[in-house]
Ligand binder design. Structure first.
Ligand code: UDP
Ligand code: MG
Length: 337
């Protein structure tokens, strides 16, 4: 059983949230998931340290090495000796969502910020995030202003994905709201109480609710290296999101089956009538061949949709941990001097 689940769930299973705290003197944890980011971290971390020292009374930076194969772990080990910096080295590459979860579980601050290591998430937004948090907002996230830098194909895919995932209703996963955000401790407690292994973070943020404020920003280009999210990974992430947050594809399969059965019944009646009226005529091979292939295709597709959900159930029931920490370095939480 996960630590946070036990600690934060009351007898009735509801979450006990919202103890009043002073946010003026609250501490800040900043989580940076890193996969082969040695060169970027050397640039980001000094800036991050200066920004945090200027705008927070107590702060820590939690660096998560997500199984890098470059010098990232060396850079992290060096920085973990600096006051305020801690490093979690995962035992292999678990993916960004897992690395973020590792950081969230390790964070001790009253406000928790997450940002990428590649300087696409500028530390200059942190003072703005913190200001809104101190004024009482629970979630402040950076909203991508424009996607002009992306290919039309990717933009279309993104639009389609948000349309599909939001067909579930009740809560909405906003497009353009990524992982660059500040969350109050209460929000993080709620996030960590969700036990699923499929950590589609954008969906989880939306599920826990809370009043969120969007701060528009223009993402800069990646400083060094290239993105881990190629089209194939993005499709996989989208399927994770869809299966984790919707069940309507399953219902769509039943509706499709019903409609096709009705259609077949009508067509059968029509063929019978033609036979009775005009007698027997040997034709219609095309109809049979096309019908056979079409319906087989639809059956396999439906089986695939169901299979996706069964696969997720398999992943969940195994109950494996989301990540494994190889080593933990540094002390963290630096008080302002
Ligand atoms: N990342 C990670 N594990 C991975 C892939 C990426 O921790 O398996 C980190 C990466 O180091 C970066 C952040 O996630 O800090 C965002 O990755 P990237 O820049 O590749 O994604 P994009 O900006 O294109 O969405
Ligand atoms: Mg990036």
């Amino acid at each position: 059983e996960r630590r946070f689940h036990a600690a934060n769930t009351t007898q009735t299973g509801t979450l006990a949230l919202g103890q009043p705290r002073s946010r003026e003197s609250g501490s800040v944890s900043c989580i940076v998931p890193s996969h082969n980011e040695a060169r970027n971290l050397e640039q980001l971390l000094p800036r991050l340290r200066d920004t945090l020292a200027a705008c927070a009374q107590a702060w820590e930076v939690i660096l998560v090495d997500d199984g890098s194969s470059d010098a990232t772990s060396l850079v992290l080990a060096k920085w973990a000796q600096t006051p305020g910096f801690r490093a979690l080295l995962l035992s292999r590459n678990f993916g960004k969502e897992a690395a973020l979860t590792a950081g969230l579980e390790a964070a001790r601050g009253d406000a928790i910020v997450m940002m990428d290591a590649d300087l696409q998430h500028s530390p200059s937004l942190l003072p703005i995030f913190l200001q809104h948090w101190r004024q009482g907002r629970d979630v402040i996230y950076a909203l991508r202003e424009d996607r002009q830098d992306e290919s039309p194909f990717k933009r279309l895919g993104t639009r389609l994905f948000y349309k599909l995932v939001n067909m579930a209703g009740r809560f909405e996963v906003p497009a353009g709201a990524g992982d660059f955000r500040l969350m109050d401790r209460a929000v993080v407690t709620a996030l960590l109480s969700l036990p699923e292994r499929n950590r589609f973070m954008k969906g989880l943020y939306a599920w826990v609710g809370f009043d969120a404020l969007a701060v528009p920003y223009m993402p800069e280009g990646r400083l060094h290296g290239k993105t881990a999210f190629n089209p194939w990974n993005l499709i996989r992430l989208s399927v994770d999101g869809l299966t984790g947050f919707t069940t309507w594809p399953l219902r769509a399969v039943s509706v499709m089956g019903f409609v096709l059965a009705c259609f077949a019944l009508l067509y059968g009646a029509y063929l019978t009538a033609v036979y009775l009226l005009y007698g027997h005529a040997i034709s219609g091979w095309t109809t049979i061949a096309v019908g056979l292939m079409g319906f087989s295709g639809i059956q396999l597709l439906s089986l695939g949709v169901v299979g996706e959900y069964v696969g997720r159930i398999f992943e969940e029931v195994k109950g494996r941990p989301i990540y494994v920490v190889k080593r933990e370095l540094g002390q963290g939480l630096r008080k302002a001097d």
